[in-house]
Design a protein around this ligand. Sequence first.
Ligand SMILES: *[C@@H]1O[C@H](CO)[C@@H](O)[C@H](O)[C@H]1NC(C)=O
Ligand SMILES: *[C@@H]1O[C@H](CO)[C@@H](O)[C@H](O)[C@H]1NC(C)=O
Ligand SMILES: *[C@@H]1O[C@H](CO)[C@@H](O)[C@H](O)[C@H]1NC(C)=O
Length: 487
Amino acid sequence: MAFKMSHFFLVSIAVVLFLFFFLQNSFAIETTWEERHHHLVQTSSLLPSSSCSSSTQGSKRKSTLDVVHKHGPCSQLNNNGKANSVETHSDILNNDKERIKYIQSKLLSSSNNNNNNKMKEIELDSSSANLPAKSALPFGYGNYYVVVGLGTPKRNLSLAFDTGSDLTWTQCQPCAGSCYKQIDEIFDPSKSTSYNNITCTSPDCTQLLSATEINPGCSRSTKACIYGIRYGDGSFSVGYFSSEQLTVTPTDTIENFLFGCGQDNEGLFIGVAGLLGLGRHPISFVQQTSQKYDKTFSYCLPSTSSGVGYLTFGSTNNNDVSYTSSPTASHGHSFYYIDILGITLNGTQLPISSSLFSSAGAIIDSGTVITRLPPTVYATLRDSFQKGMSKYPRAEPFSLFDTCYDLSGVEDLSIPQINFVLAGGVTVELVVPGILYTISSKQVCLAFAANRADTDLTVFGNVQQKTLEVVYDVGGGRIGFGSNGCN
Ligand SMILES: *[C@@H]1O[C@H](CO)[C@@H](O)[C@H](O)[C@H]1NC(C)=O
Ligand SMILES: *[C@@H]1O[C@H](CO)[C@@H](O)[C@H](O)[C@H]1NC(C)=O
Ligand SMILES: *[C@@H]1O[C@H](CO)[C@@H](O)[C@H](O)[C@H]1NC(C)=O
């Protein structure tokens, strides 16, 4: 039983490293676990192998999509040279800073939302870029994607999936403003028999404001509803708010699915065709498909970028899931909140007050890479972790990380186990790739970072979620965690 609060484990872990180099900076680590008091997850590697390992658990389930890391060997996005070049670790972590800024700004703007709902009449053409990009920084938004079908006949689109936003959108012909490079053919609504514009008088159009924090516009000529959405560092998509047939799996189709048909899209989304919004707002995929999937989905992110995870819609068949309640917040209505009570390191509860988490709140997010903790909490975790790792040589800090080790000469590695204790008696045990972020064998870092202030929102990121089955029971107001969801 992986998630039991009753025991705090005294665990020491022996990890044997077999290193071999297969690419410039890449190598694979084989690990075997030994522990004294309790079983732990076994990990086969800390780093991706050069080949894609096919889907395991996911393929056996209903209504399930494969989840692929954008930069791993299973990704179609980098491999055939059509999209932008591979992001480095430093790009990924810099983009993650923008992600955090986006989340913080979303909280601010939704609490300041003045509901001044005046719709402007505009025309979308090459001169209409009404949401100028502030910078052309590559914005690797969301690092996992799924493939869905859109339109009749259906076209495959690779969409980044994102529990931190609500609107689903894809780039659309004729790209009146501009489209960035993507791998799939850009969706052409004029070639689909099931495409419809939403009119600007429709209530569907009006509710965009609370989902995007931007007033929708109205096309002067056709009275079509125009959405705009902006992310992080000025990346945006603007276009027609539309409905289409969405094919989730060959047997699951959704009629009249509301999505953004983007005519002006900027801020390199690195090869994906758009975004699948899995937030809590009424226009999110979760709410639009509530009849079919009962506002429930779950995913598992693989331990390395060479693995394949899954995204399943509808209830899970995994009985070994522990649930914690997901309180609804007065603001930040897309986000999934969790109540973090504390953190244990090697079986010992860290001396931190749970009010540090509860004051600003904590969310779980599929699109944030590295968990952000209140600075006071981070400092305590880091100091204890460093004590437990004192026998290993330190390495230079890297980007967000201040605690790194040179493990190139280390064969047997013993790292302190880190668990998150959540409300409702749920303990989330992190696997090794959820504790250590490997830049190279000479630079393996504690995979956490501090927020600017203790009053900033805590974000439980996707590195820490690796191999867990994370269940979002949105109707039931709870989030579940199961171990060994995928490899
Ligand atoms: C679309 O994707 C599905 C599932 O990934 C695949 O089986 C199918 O061959 C793809 N179709 C096209 C036209 O690429
Ligand atoms: C949707 O609106 C756009 C812009 O007003 C227009 O060009 C297009 O023909 C409309 N499509 C449909 C199917 O109504
Ligand atoms: C974990 O705790 C055990 C028992 O208290 C101790 O023997 C071991 O050295 C600790 N390991 C680390 C890595 O801190």
